[in-house]
Design a protein around this ligand. Structure first.
Ligand code: ADP
Ligand code: MG
Length: 632
């Protein structure tokens, strides 16, 4: 136990955060109070939960309260709570470092452009450190519940690079945060002003926030503080109140508290569920993805309460992983207060809650997609890739999720706005399948030779470029009774789309090219599985395809890039009999082997693939070019 005063350095990322805040986050300084109240409320929740197993922690005081006071002469504002408090070690940890996963990566992304970074930092959340927007010195005096009076800690910093910790004493458990205001912030030294900020941002806090009353002093001709206190917020759990009594603004502020987010949510759903298991759900869709959405170990955002008592923060059992962007509160009437993670995993009540919440969130997204299309587009841009995981993960809701998917297609501009239902509605009368193409980028997709025949026939094709699309589609084999078919797989059967005359012609051409096809196959040996004539091309001489049940070239590349061993898939080479190059090859003798390889290689390149032996390709190309030049 270090008994003396120690001077310590902030973690590098905290220093960066503090610097940015002081120099560029001016726009809305009053949110510092919201952050401090939010922390005080969290501290009370944590203690209430710990006290279930250790009731003696509440011995000194059972009622939780947050106090906000100010001192005009000393120019300080103090926020006090009787929550869980911090030990010396905890103060060093919690107020000197940022524990969020991915913090380092996040800070590495900051650009140094203060405007842009200020935006980013809003997404990250500034929490406790927002005190330094209005204070040039912050003192924290805290005692961990259960520790003796003289084992409190005093933490202090001017928010530049260092902070000090030293022993202190505090009569009650809990924490005081004392802000020594900067020059020019005197406006905050007013009961009226502080109460206004509290009502604006912290009304939803379930713990009473108390302030001293004022009375008019005739002699001094000004308001003076009395010893009498009053509660300035509603002090009841927001989610337990009837919907009709909660304003939009209150819903939004509550979101910022539970989600530790600085932006308004996109949408929410609030319900009291009755039946075999009873619970309240208040679930929000954020408007922006948190910086660590791709971190699989990211904490899940739904807080679990049992009859208003906070139980845990990251109860991942409450929602499936593909809805990990959802934030909010579940308050159960049935779970035991001493519920553990192990119990959560087994509980039938939790299973019912999870199913109920999943349905609600999907319902909310459906509403958004129908009634607020612009907001749904925003949602899709931020979280679409996460939601897609549900196609593989949640077989029971696969169809509902499939309806929520949005794609880019050959019929849309670059934005992902096409739903499967839109696609089906636009299908040609004789069209049997929903066609898609996977590629590494939108540009590669749009230029793919596989699209040529579809363009000619006016058949829409979905263009898929997300890394997880192939995986998703392995679970989504049909929609609305229509199979999903890759345009780069299998023998292309445009079904009735090809008219009788075309079919006849196709047969004729196949016969005509029989000899060339077998010669090409011979020249290429086991580099190809088969060579065949195709009608799918209009402009390109050749393309490669794989069999329907085989891995696409795109997926092979993805897996290889991810360092996985991929069993070799031998492609099928399809040639375009309408192309002059192919037509000429019927009469080629000497260089046929070079031509065969060149056709295969250019088809692989056009797909975005890489050649096994690029040097050989270049050699062949030059030989044939030279040849052509000499002839001309
Ligand atoms: P966050 O609230 O998102 O965790 P903050 O920067 O607001 O981040 O707070 C950092 C940490 O400091 C909290 O997680 C908590 O552990 C600790 N802390 C802050 N204020 C208090 C308080 N009033 N009582 C106890 N712990 C606190
Ligand atoms: Mg906080």
């Amino acid at each position: 136990m270090g008994a003396d005063k120690e001077t310590l350095s902030f973690q590098a990322e905290v220093k960066q955060l503090l610097h940015l805040m002081v120099h560029s986050l001016y726009s809305n300084k009053e949110i510092f109070l919201r952050e401090l109240i939010s922390n005080a409320s969290d501290a009370c929740d944590k203690l209430r939960f710990e006290a279930i197993a250790h009731p003696e922690l509440l011995q000194e005081d059972k009622d939780f309260v947050i106090r906000v006071s100010f001192d005009k002469a000393a120019r300080t504002i103090t926020v006090s709570d009787n929550g869980i408090g911090m030990s010396r070690e905890e103060a060093i940890q919690h107020l000197g470092t940022i524990a969020k996963s991915g913090t380092r990566e996040f800070f590495a992304r900051l650009t140094g452009d203060q405007q842009k970074d200020a935006q980013l930092i809003g997404q990250f959340g500034v929490g406790f450190y927002s005190s330094f927007m209005v204070a040039d010195r912050v003192t924290v005096i805290s005692r961990r519940a259960g520790l003796p009076v003289e084992q409190a800690v005093k933490w202090e910093s001017d928010g530049t690079g260092e902070f000090t910790v030293e022993p202190a004493s505090r009569a009650e458990r809990g924490t005081d945060v004392i802000l020594h205001l900067k020059e020019g912030e005197d406006e905050l030294l007013s009961r009226w002003k502080l109460a206004e900020i509290l009502r604006k941002y912290s009304d939803h806090i379930a713990i009473p926030i108390r302030m001293k009353k004022e009375r008019w002093d005739k002699d001094k001709n000004e308001y003076v503080l009395t010893d009498e206190e009053e509660t300035v917020n509603q002090a009841s759990a927001l989610w337990a109140r009837p919907k009709g009594e909660i304003s939009e603004q209150q819903y939004k502020e509550f979101y910022k508290h539970v989600a530790h987010d600085f932006t308004d949510p996109l949408a929410w759903t609030h319900n009291r569920v009755e039946g075999r298991t009873e619970y309240i759900q208040l679930l929000y869709i954020p408007s922006r993805a948190p910086f660590d959405i791709w971190d699989r170990h990211q904490r899940h955002g739904v807080k679990l309460y049992v009859r208003r008592v906070f139980i845990m923060d990251d109860a991942e059992q409450l929602l499936p992983a593909y809805l990990r962007f959802v934030r909010g509160v579940i308050d159960s009437n049935d779970l035991p207060l001493n519920v553990s993670r192990e119990i959560l995993q087994e509980s039938r009540d939790v299973k019912a809650i999870r199913e109920g919440c999943t349905k609600r969130v999907l319902g909310l997204l459906e509403e958004l997609s129908q009634d607020r299309k612009d907001d749904y587009a925003k949602f899709w841009a931020e979280f679409g890739q996460v939601l897609k995981e549900g196609i593989g993960e949640d077989a029971a809701n696969r169809d509902r999720i499939a309806r929520l998917l949005r794609f880019v297609s050959t019929a849309s501009d670059g934005a992902p706005t096409v739903s499967l239902a839109d696609y089906v509605a636009r299908m040609k009368p004789a069209q049997k399948a929903i066609y898609y193409l996977t590629a590494d980028s939108l540009e590669a997709a749009r230029n793919s030779p596989h699209l040529e025949i579809f363009r000619k026939k006016g058949v829409e094709v979905l263009l898929l470029t997300d890394r997880i699309d192939e995986w998703v589609l392995s679970f989504l084999t049909e929609f609305d009774g229509k199979p999903l078919a890759s345009v780069a797989k299998g023998d292309l059967d445009l079904g009735e789309l090809a008219d009788a005359q075309e079919k006849e012609q196709q047969q004729k051409i196949a016969d005509e090219y029989k000899e060339l096809v077998s010669k090409l196959k011979e020249a290429l040996g086991d580099k190809v599985k088969e060579v065949r004539v195709t009608l799918r091309l209009t402009d390109s001489p050749a393309c490669v395809v794989v069999d329907r049940d085989e891995m696409s070239a795109h997926l092979q590349r993805l897996l290889k890039a991810a360092g996985q061993k991929v069993p070799p898939v031998v492609p099928i080479l399809e040639i375009n009999p309408q192309h002059p190059l192919v037509q000429r090859l019927k009469f080629e003798q000497a260089k046929l082997s070079d031509w065969a390889h060149l056709l295969l290689e250019q088809a692989q390149l056009a797909e975005g693939g890489q050649l096994q032996d690029p040097a050989a390709f270049v050699r062949r190309l030059n030989t044939l070019l030279l040849d052509a030049g000499v002839k001309a």
